[in-house]
Each structure stands twice: as C-alpha cells, then as structure tokens.
Design a protein around this ligand. Structure first.
Ligand SMILES: [Zn+2]
Length: 297
C-alpha cells in the first residue's frame, strides 16, 4: 500500500511560455565578473559594479548631473548642431544618421555643455556620449568645446570635459580634423588666462579626441580600465611589427608610463575634482583679470 495518495485536485499547470522568472529589467549582468546586479543598487553606486569595480559606460547627461552641485546645471550651446557640408552618404545619408542619433540619445550632438557650480566653484563642463555616432567629433562638437572654453574665459571659471569618443567624425572629413587645432588654440588662451582645464578620460577615449583636447588638460585623470589611445592596437602592431604588451592602452598602463596624472574611481570623481578645484581656482588668480576679460569668441 502506498504511503501517499495523489488527491484529485491537481496543481494547475502553467503554460510553457509563461514559465519564466519575471526579473527582466531588474537585474543586469556585470560585463567583467558576471555577477547579477540589482538595478537600483547599480544606480546608487553610479553604474559601478559593487563586486569588482567595473565601470559601466554612462550617458552625457548622467555625467553632468553626477558632477554638478545637487546635479543642477544650465545647458549651453544646445543650438549648435552639425550640418552636412560634404553631402556625405555612406550606408545612409549623413543627415539621416544625425537625426537617428538625436532620437536615440535625446541629445543635440555628441557632447553637451553645462554651466554650474562644483563644490561652489564656477565650472563649465562638457560631457561626450558614445551612443551619438560613436562620440565622434565633427564641426559642432569642436565648436562646442571651443565655446565652452570661451565661456570659461569670459566668466572666469574652470573647464572640465569628460571625453568618450571613437575619434574624428569621418562624415565631415577634414572639417572634423580641423577641430583639433581650433580647440587646441582655444585651450592655449585658457592657459594664458591662468584658468584650469581638467580632462577626464572615460572608456573609450581614442582618435582625434585623444590627439587634441583630451591630452591637453592641466590635470588629466581617467576612470579605471578605460581604453585610451590614438590608433587601435591592431594598426599599431602591423605598423611597428611587434607584439604589444598586455593591457596596452588601458588607464593603468598609461598611468605607469606617465601619460596620466591619476586614476579615479567614478564614485570618488566629484570629490576628487572639487579637491583639485580648491587648489587650482586660486581666488587671487580668478579675480586678477576680472575687469579685463573680454569676449574672445
Ligand atoms: Zn563586476
């Protein structure tokens, strides 16, 4: 005789298509350590994995609200957007590509400019977004970085730029490359005015952006394990015909070789920048040319 009998009432079976645990959109998997991460926790830790410290890529608006006091800033130069001077068509026409990027990101261009306070200091900050045509630098991005610098000169503030870029935007050809020189000369003016520029390199910072403003900071800091370089490793290996060392073009390697001043965890980034500004924004220097600071744009 069996010990247990099956009763008549069966448990209602769930159709196969409904047999899933509904956690979709609540957890994300860490790209580095594979740990499941609870989304609200991840937001709390500024999109950094609590287990291994992996830094997820974030958007331009998130960057600026993490930087400014109480997350508040005034957006500047939003009206500056790329046109299509070369009538460029690759797999699709360039204006169409721009429109798609604007819809995808909700941004006017691959960089946004903001004006606000950071630890009480007046700061003009720019943040690039990789989702906008690979964070590429065309005429509009170049113009916006230049204007950011000019705002800082006019109002005696500091410049902070978060770079995230695949390089110059090929759809604008040589006009994109010219931005490198234009920005470099604007930053030289900022230097003459004795105003600081803090460059923050995030994953990835490559091509024409590395070759211009990203590496021109008075202080150059990077997030951990960010890819930073000019040409890609394969191109370099083929050119010099040598195998490249491990971790080549990562923040830690660059710091060891004197290309960076510091690697800063995103969770400490704002405090680090405030500390640097406390040191660099010397009140006497800021006031020195207050009367004479003219419009140089
Ligand atoms: Zn992780």
């Amino acid at each position: 005789m069996p010990w247990f009998r099956k009763k008549n009432q069966k448990i209602e079976s769930v159709p196969a298509e409904e047999r899933v645990v509904k956690t979709e959109g609540i957890f994300v998997k860490c790209d580095q350590c594979d740990a499941p991460l609870f989304k609200p926790d991840l937001e709390e830790s500024l999109q950094v994995c609590q287990h291994c410290g992996y830094h997820f890529r974030i958007g331009a608006r998130e960057r600026l609200s993490m930087l400014f006091d109480e997350g508040k800033y005034e957006e500047l130069d939003a009206e500056v957007v790329s046109t299509d001077p070369l009538k460029f068509v690759d797999s699709k026409p360039y204006p169409e590509r721009l429109k798609q990027a604007q819809e995808l990101t909700g941004l006017p261009e691959a960089i946004i400019n903001g004006r606000g306070l950071v630890g009480g200091h007046l700061v003009f900050a720019g943040a690039m977004d990789m989702l906008f045509i690979g964070g590429s630098m065309g005429s509009a991005v170049g113009e916006k970085v230049t204007r950011l610098t000019h705002h800082a000169i006019r109002e005696r503030g500091a410049v902070v730029i978060f770079a995230a870029s695949g390089g110059a935007r090929m759809q604008e050809g040589t006009l994109s490359l010219m931005q490198m020189a234009k920005i470099a000369s604007a930053l030289a003016q900022l230097d003459e005015e004795r105003l600081p520029f803090i460059s923050v390199l995030t994953d990835p910072t490559t091509g024409g952006v590395t070759a211009s403003f990203a590496m021109l900071g008075d202080l150059i800091i990077a997030e951990p394990k960010a890819l930073i370089g000019f040409a890609g490793p394969r191109v370099i290996e083929q050119t010099i015909r040598q195998k490249l060392p491990k971790n080549f073009q990562r923040s830690e390697f660059l710091l060891d070789h004197g290309m960076l001043d510091q690697i800063v965890d995103r969770r400490e980034m704002r405090d680090f920048i405030i500390k640097a500004l406390n040191f660099m924004m010397n009140p006497a220097t800021i006031k020195r040319k207050e009367a004479g600071a003219g419009d140089s744009s």
